[in-house]
Design a protein around this ligand. Sequence first.
Ligand code: INI
Length: 154
Amino acid sequence: MVSRIEGELLPGDARIAIVVSRFNDFITGRLLDGAVETHRRQGGNGDKLTVVHVPGSFELPVAAQKLAKSGKHDAVICLGCVIRGQTDHYDYVAGEAAKGIGQVALQTGVPVIFGVITADTLEQAIDRAGAKLGNQGGKAMLAAIEMATLMKKI
Ligand code: INI
């Protein structure tokens, strides 16, 4: 008999922190709205949500690390937007954000969700922030709820 364990999409008492980048806040504000709205629609209690603002995507991991280590959150979501056309150091910012977020999750054992849009153009970013391709912030919230509830079971 297969023992199958999976998370749920109902947040219940799960405490979730969101770290959101101010850089490209035209996009990241939409991601934050999508995450908070998805939490509400899944039956979550706003009192269980914490939102932390950082300057840019490069700063997401260190803030996520402190939140994860605090023991006060069952999952941390990182929201950011890096657009290739805007910067020569796209690869550094996007790469460090992705690597750092992964490291924080493994070092702390707290799920840290990668909700960073990496796009070639502003139009692509808009598509992932609520236009053609849905809202990456809402998807990140679903992943956070699923992982927070899964970690309690395994
Ligand atoms: N930060 C982003 O979140 N997205 C970007 O596209 C970006 N660009 O283009 O440079 C960006 N840079 C800022 C960076 O994240 C840091 O805040 C900054 O380097 C200070 O450490």
